[in-house]
Design a protein around this ligand. Sequence first.
Ligand code: F6P
Length: 540
Amino acid sequence: MSLKSWKLLGSHFKKNAQKKITDYFSEDPNRIKKFSLQWESFYVDYSKNLLDKGTLDLLITMAEESGLYKAIDAYFQGGRINETEGRAVLHTALRQIIPSTIMIDGENISPKIEEVKKQMFDFADRVISGKWKGHTGKSITHVVNIGIGGSDLGPAMVTEALEFYSNHLKLTFVSNLDGDHVEEVIKKIDSETTLFVIVSKSFTTQETISNGKTIKNWFLNHAPESAISNHFIAVSANLEKVTDFGIITENIFPINDWVGGRFSLWSSVGLAICLAIGPKNYEDLLQGAGKMDQHFRTADFKENIPVILALITFWYNNFWKVETEAIIPYSQYLRNLPAYLQQAFMESNGKGVDRNGKPVNYETGNIIWGASGTNAQHAFFQLMHQGTRMIPADFIGFAKPLYEGNDHQDKLMSNFFAQTQALMQGKNIENVREDLINQGKSRKEIEMLLPFKVFEGNRPSNTILIEQLTPANLGSLISLYEHKIFVQGIIWNIFSYDQWGVELGKQLANNILKDFDKKQIDHHDPSTQGLIEYYKKFRN
Ligand code: F6P
């Protein structure tokens, strides 16, 4: 990378690599004021990181040098920033607080967005109120979302995250090509009262079409062909394929090519969410995202939450050479946020060539993983505290619980705060020794136990403390991470909005599928050949 500030960051890193987070706190009594941000109902503390003002200034200069200001404008104004597919990236247009003119191919897309949203909301109202009837005249009680990747993870994660706001409709998600998944779903549904929403932008995705067909076949064993229009809905950009599948035009919710799959929950792909929590809450989700969009678009980089968090990740990824990053929401509702963000980050920024098609000579694409706290404390936190790797982590928590009347919240939050404190401070040998003496251990026992009980500390984290888990705040949180992905892509000079890396496996799977029925196959590598032959012995 030839950016001047990137080189300066390299020397800055070497000069400060021995410093500890706690040293930075000792040097600057005002650190917390300088390294925290308050925005709407978000409080973001990023003081527990291995950086100082000098680091941040250099990182911000680098963002400017990368052309981030211009890039943000192009992103929001519908520039074709997904260059390898020749598309704009406009999920932000779906959640504008006040719809403005956005021109694509000479057409203002905002009126159409409002029209599709109205179609979604009217439909959701009819289903929720019971006016939409199944083929025997009964109201709908169960919705099955059939999709995968962005057509599943977003709707599934948000529906689960906003369970508190949900109505009487039961939501089920089927995604995997594993036939046992769809069979388990079929076991629990009633053909008279279930609505099937097939979500596929392309309507060619093997998983979704296979699950859709299996469910349709099952359905037709319980209902006449004419009943399909009462029970099958499609969300897609491929109207022809949807019609071929047998779904009537009135039951199709369109999606545009400028909405990427992993950023599509704001479009008609969010229909399952809208059904589960109702149009008002869904609109709040959109508005919350829209507010974060405005913050990202207008705030100075020094006060810009997605920019700051992206730069911190970049700092660890490219200078500290950390391999992974954890996301730990202290809310059971958000247990699937890490899995959702895995697709968003890793499908976007897992790229090895730059915008000129040249291999990059630096690491891109942070690896995201995580689980909900406090569960994670009893699973993988041991490695985060005492393992050999540094794993920067985002801790996400909510100041107010959704249910009152129990005494869990203070306990939860004390754990939330204690973990980032423990990761940063650690526990030195003197303190461990003192504890063991106080516990009455013998000298011999103390010497034996000492090395195992020391915590090195100096492990960085960000704390995102949000007032309460509301649809609007969840919208803002997701939007925050979407923009973090965007900033990283600009700095790494890679294209974040295509996903060619998922294609090869799909092509090979199609070839192998054809080979299962052939008597003689000899064109695969020896390992794959052996596996196919072994597998064929089990086929009926
Ligand atoms: O995994 C590749 C991918 O294209 C994702 O980007 C997308 O979210 C998913 O497949 C599903 O695609 P579709 O909505 O076209 O079925």
